[in-house]
Design a protein around this ligand. Sequence first.
Ligand SMILES: *Cc1c(COP(=O)(O)O)cnc(C)c1O
Length: 377
Amino acid sequence: MRDIQMVDLKAQYQKIKPEVDKRLEGVISSAAFINGPEVQRFQSELETYLDVKHVIPCANGTDALQVALMALGLERGDEVITTTFTFIATAEVIALLGLTPVLVDVDPDSFLIDTDAVEKAIGPKTKAIIPVHLFGQCANMEGIMRIAQANDLYVVEDAAQSIGASFHFSDGTTKASGTIGDFGCTSFFPSKNLGCYGDGGAIFCNNDELADKARVIVNHGMKVRYYHDLIGVNSRLDSIQAAVLSIKLEHLDHYNNERRRAAFHYDKELGDLGVFKVPKRLKNSCHVFHQYTLQCEGVDREALREHLNVNGVPAMIYYPVPLHQQKAFRDARYQDGAFPVSEELASKVLSLPMHSELDDEQLNYITQTIKEFLKKA
Ligand SMILES: *Cc1c(COP(=O)(O)O)cnc(C)c1O
């Protein structure tokens, strides 16, 4: 059996190696490393895949979020509502721009931002909401968009973990995650569902004016070379990464199906043991399982994790500390206990290996190893 990894990029590369090597050689021979034809090509392929008007490639997912917020023209002290149960980047960019992050709790079954809590957190300074499609499932975008419209707020979707997922609205329409709000932001970090071989990210937008502004901001605030209209940043996707992404985009649906297949194996083998809560599927969102995250209810998480590791099965805790309890975000507004659901999740979650290359032998080994532990415990 191949070694089990949280994410198996080596095995994935072996399957597409000839294609990748050929395209990368092309980029290197052409020496068009920055803003070359590969970047244009990937951009338009992704626009077609997502059915979105504009994709603005950039250097990473954190930059994508930062640039989206910059393009909205928010002012110091404006408030942005987001979830406390997410990766730090989501709230980091809010604080970095001098805006005020207003954190809210999540739903205990789906890990996703609690829309009732969002509504309650709205005040006179609130300007935007950042829902996070955590672990690969869309937040309740119908609720979020309704709240945003009623209160005249912008929506920036953090779709770093959800590329390829979609949301089904009650009027029968379906939209790709990241194409629903004013902006959507994703990351092509190697371990993401669509990952490159370094850093990368992109912003999605259906509004011509906002897209134009974001495109100017990622390029030093410049539309005509050496004429700078805005204070911008330097955030580019390079041609090598774009070439890798262009190849992998063709396989994305297959990759996501393989992730779903692994998730169903875990559900089937672990769902009825009485000690785990398996991740809930929402009927309005298709899930692309960036992570498969169990909640350990009647089992010692640390002991289980240790047993798994000793037996060659990696398992990770995403995330061990909610944002309001992070040192960087310590804030008089949020004491311990402020967000009980997220605090409890942080003590119970355990993510199992999840990627496109898990075969039946590995999946069986993982769930058998868990069952062995339960027998001994
Ligand atoms: C990965 C991730 C980001 C940041 O992406 P980078 O490319 O690493 O900057 C932002 N938000 C979430 C939820 C993520 O998982």
